[in-house]
Design a protein around this ligand. Structure first.
Ligand code: NDP
Ligand SMILES: N[C@@H](CC=O)C(=O)O
Length: 437
């Protein structure tokens, strides 16, 4: 049994009920608890090694005695029932039992309902092994609307599928049955949703050039502040270049790894292994942290072509890379479909205007009734620099070289010089004009 209790964090509230602000990070949960933001939830517990048995059939509807016979059969087989769920349609009854008793329970129920199974009154009695129960408990949850909704949303956002739900009318315990593999991810997501712990986010950075390195440095600089203000705990768990990757464990800190060298770039040089993109993504999204984010800081179309697959696997994406958003319309739509299917996010504000909030501003305007009349702007830092700097005295190639050194150009400056980069930005903005993709 794995249990995380809010009491540990709640103890950071002073005895007189005031909030201890001496430790800004540790006191976040206590601050939230004192403000009532934890919605009366005291903690979460998981019960491992559970199997569920589902008895299903339209012929059960309105027929008295089915539940009584089912439980009598389980009692006779000496199986203890841990959780019961039945929807008001009476179409199915689901019981959770200890994993070791799953086969026995299924066989006992099949024996008890042999005739109903033959007559198709009951259509199936199925065993679903390898589950666990996540229980949310708290006396003060009673009469607090929205508690279950917050739990279910958190689990959905973490990509955790709920297989059965039970809530006693006392409202002190809401239990959900989930796949055993999702246990850690679910516990962390549930805790974070009720501010009983931090939002731990597993981050993988693909591309460690100008943008990738700057992003990593900014995350390191901002980490403490984001943790304090929002309870967000970024863990960089992987960094990749075009040929190599460095995988960190979920507790390894980028600055305190067991490797010589004063900074992460040197650690990367010493510890990176040959790139295996599939393994890289699987490592970042290995389920030990509830949320996984990939930051694609390349200009690679091959990487962009993986977005739909990754979003469908429950990984969130953030990128300055324009290739995916300017691929075929079919692929553009596929990405949006994948996001909807798994509740994943795809953020690409830096596709146009670098650090300026152009895409979000346009979306705001479109959502509040404005419409595109035309798209005009200066879309290329590289071309602006060249036009402002070229006066015939220095060779054109030197000006382009300077633009590259200043970090304005694409990895391949021909993308800027040919106008392809500008065209991509305009396509990306134009495609924002179709809210129902
Ligand atoms: N520069 C800017 O001001 C802005 C840039 N952008 C966009 O940001 C992205 C990155 O630009 P920038 O940082 O300047 O480029 P860099 O050339 O500095 O870095 C690119 C990085 O991507 C890596 N890479 C390339 N292909 C792959 C691959 N297939 N798999 C894994 N890694 C790969 C490279 O690896 P290696 O180290 O092995 O070469 C390198 O580390 C581009 O899409 C660009 O359009 C967006 C807004 C502004
Ligand atoms: N190469 C681009 C920068 C990123 O989009 C430019 O010159 O504006």
């Amino acid at each position: 049994m794995l249990s995380l209790d809010a009491a540990a964090t709640a103890s950071q509230t002073d005895e007189d009920g005031s909030i201890d602000r001496s430790s800004p990070f540790a006191s976040l949960a206590a601050r939230k608890a004192a403000l009532g933001i934890t919605a009366g939830v005291k903690g979460f517990t998981s019960v491992r090694d559970i199997a569920i048995v589902n008895v299903e059939g339209a012929g059960m509807i309105g027929v008295p005695g089915i539940a009584s016979r089912a439980f009598a059969a389980l009692y006779a087989a000496n199986v203890s029932v841990v959780l019961i769920a039945q929807a008001s349609s009476e179409f199915s009854i689901c019981v959770a039992v200890p994993g070791v008793d799953g086969e026995t329970a299924t066989a006992a129920l099949r024996r008890a309902f042999r005739i109903e199974l033959e007559d198709q009154i009951i259509s199936s009695i199925e065993l679903m092994p390898q589950c666990c129960i996540l229980a949310m408990v708290g006396e003060n949850m009673q009469n607090t609307p929205g508690v279950s909704s917050r739990l279910f949303t958190a689990l959905a956002n973490a990509g955790v599928n709920i297989r059965a739900i039970a809530q006693g009318s006392s409202e002190h315990n809401i239990s959900v049955v989930i796949y055993a593999n999702d246990e850690v991810r679910a516990l962390r997501a549930a805790h974070a949703a009720f501010y009983l712990s931090d939002y731990a986010i597993s981050v993988g950075v693909i591309g460690r050039g100008l943008v990738g390195s700057t992003l990593i440095d900014q995350m390191r600089e901002q980490r403490a502040k984001l943790h304090d203000l929002y309870g967000v705990d970024f863990r960089i768990r992987g960094i990749a270049s075009s040929s190599r990757m460095w995988l960190l464990t979920s507790t390894e800190d980028l600055d305190k790894v067991d490797a010589p060298g004063p900074n992460w770039k040197e650690h990367f040089d010493q510890r990176a292994e040959p790139l295996d993109l599939e393994r890289f993504v699987a490592h970042v999204n290995d389920g030990t942290l509830p949320h996984a984010v990939l930051a694609d800081c390349t200009a690679s179309a091959d990487i962009g072509a993986k977005y739909a697959q990754w979003l469908r696997a429950g990984v969130h994406l953030v990128t300055p890379n324009k290739k995916a958003n300017t691929a075929t319309m079919a692929y553009y739509r596929e990405i949006r479909k994948a996001m909807r299917a798994r509740n994943t996010h795809f953020f690409y504000e830096a596709n146009v205007g670098a650090g300026l909030p152009i895409i979000s501003s346009i979306r705001d305007l479109l959502r509040t009734g404005d419409a595109f009349l035309s798209i005009e702007g200066i879309f290329s830092g590289t071309l602006s620099y060249i036009f402002n700097s070229f006066d015939g005295r220095a060779p054109f190639s030197r000006i382009v070289q300077q633009a590259k050194e200043l970090g304005y150009t694409e990895p391949d400056p021909r993308e800027d010089l040919s106008g392809a980069d500008v065209a991509r930005k305009v396509v990306i903005l134009g495609r924002e004009d179709r809210p129902r993709h």
